[in-house]
Ligand binder design. Structure first.
Ligand code: ATP
Length: 458
């Protein structure tokens, strides 16, 4: 079975380990290249011999592999690889080894065959959705965000490194911070390195530190982000900006948890969880040769993607209410008309842009609302712009009426008339939803009378 990119998504080593202890789900061995590329095998806690001989537990027909090449000692929580004095050797990151411990994500090479140790696919598609509509400072009631919160809750409890992907303003930094504050490392430091903001010549010193005189301007010893984050979490923002020449050094730190300051000879051991984020397509960067594949695999053992706001407009009301609450304003600080306009805009700058607009309107008044035409093909009113023949107020109301009708019609159809579900998905109060449905003559389509929500727990 070929290993798909999805195999690496949404995995939680903590859950994997819990299940491993319970004797259910374990690690798997995946053959990435060579004649058996695509094969994989779930590993039980026992020994496996890998080689060309038909008596081996894992038979690889690659001619450059010895008959008995490598032994794997699979424990409950670890995999030890022992080279069986093979002729051509076993390699890890280009270095020959005789014995080493492998972690989920490690790739080793035997002959012309690459093998990866990966967590068994622990995704359960019927995974219970998080009942929470927030995670740290992030809020969201949409299915997509609650799915992300479910995943993040599980990831936070474990110590594995995480890669967060998402467009600008989708909350990657907030997500990293929450992963830290919800984790057992929460008492430790949270150190942020914005790799887009550090000149390439200083990246290595910023990450790993330097000793006095290591380069012009290094007037004293300085600890890098990894050392400063010892016992806590380091957040590497915009990881796609990491210069190529530093990438092998970061990979080494991720593998061994040891850092060497620029100009020093000794390594220092650190206990750090690494969370990286990027708004660029890192896999594309790997294809283009701008980002090392091995580093990508190491960073992406656990991955979460924050969806853009245009894919979850039902989160907008909750986001607005949260923003108003944070600034000490009541929900009435924004009129229904303005809310409706905000809810139909596709928000290319995502939540950050929404926050800026809400702040602007709340402090300067609704006249300060910038022109927000839905992008072509986006939003609920595609093709129907404002009626310029009407006075501003009436044109705005007409547009909003149209938006409300289209939105509610689509919503109630999607929710098959179930008001509880519709109110939950749209993030609006049930009473208000009924009122709106009545106003647009759509209440006939909605099922469930007064008792439809009785006892329903969200
Ligand atoms: N789901 C959310 N709930 C509440 N606030 C959010 C949410 N997502 C983002 N924000 C807010 O939006 C702003 C931008 O978020 P953040 O800086 O985390 O985004 P980012 O993805 O890291 O952006 P960039 O890629 O530009 O660095 C912050 O003020 C953050 O609090």
């Amino acid at each position: 079975m070929a290993e798909s990119q999805e195999d690496e998504e949404n995995l939680d080593p903590t859950a994997t380990l819990h299940r491993a202890r319970a004797g259910r789900v374990r690690l798997k061995l995946v053959v990435l290249s060579g004649p058996e590329a695509g094969h994989n095998l779930t590993l039980e806690p026992r020994e496996y011999v890998i080689g060309k001989a038909p008596t081996c537990d894992v038979v690889l027909t690659d001619k450059a592999i010895s008959r008995q090449h490598l032994k794997l000692e699979v424990g409950e929580e670890s995999v030890r690889a022992i080279d069986m004095e093979s002729r051509n050797g076993s390699f890890y990151e280009g270095l020959r080894f005789s014995q080493m411990d492998l972690r989920p994500g490690s790739v080793i090479t035997l002959g012309n065959t690459e093998i990866k140790i990966a967590p068994e696919d622990t995704r359960e598609r019927s995974l219970l959705l998080s009942s929470r509509n927030r995670f740290g400072g992030l809020v969201g009631a949409s299915r997509k965000m609650r799915e992300a919160f479910t995943l993040l809750e599980r990831m936070a409890a474990g110590g594995a490194d995480v890669l967060i992907q998402g467009e600008t303003g989708t909350g990657k930094e907030g997500c990293a911070e929450a992963l830290h504050t919800e984790s057992p490392r929460k008492e430790g430091p949270f150190v942020i390195v914005d790799l887009a903001g550090v000149p390439p010549s200083l990246v290595e010193s910023e990450l790993f530190g330097h000793v006095k005189g290591a380069f012009t301007g290094a007037q004293g010893d300085r600890a890098g982000a990894f050392e400063r984050a010892n016992g806590g979490t380091v957040f590497l923002d915009e990881i796609g900006e990491l210069p190529m020449d530093i990438q092998p050094r970061l990979l080494r730190v991720l593998e061994r948890r040891q850092v060497k300051r620029v100009g020093a000879n000794d390594y220092r051991t650190v206990s750090v969880r690494v969370i990286a984020a990027t708004h660029v397509d890192l896999e594309g960067a790997v294809q283009a040769g701008k980002f090392r594949r091995d580093l990508f695999h190491r960073l992406a053992v656990l991955r979460v993607t924050l969806p853009p706001l245009r894919e979850r407009p039902e989160d907008i009301p909750l986001l607005i209410d949260t923003m108003l609450e944070l600034s000490g304003r009541p929900p009435s600080a924004l009129s229904d008309q303005t809310r409706a306009l905000l809810a139909q805009y596709p928000w290319p700058g995502n939540v950050r842009e929404l926050r800026n607009v809400v702040e602007q309107v709340v402090s300067l008044g609704e006249e300060a609302l910038p022109a927000m035409d839905p992008l072509p093909g986006e939003g609920a009113n595609k093709g129907t712009g404002p009626d310029l023949d009407l006075p501003f107020k009436e044109a705005k109301e007409k547009l909003i009426e149209g938006f409300e009708r289209d939105y509610l019609k689509g919503l109630i159809e999607r929710c098959e008339g179930n008001i509880s579900r519709a109110s939950r998905e749209a993030g609006i109060d049930r009473v208000y939803l009924r009122k709106l449905l009545r106003k647009h003559g759509l209440d006939q389509k909605a099922t469930g009378g007064a008792g439809d929500d009785a006892g329903h727990q969200e």
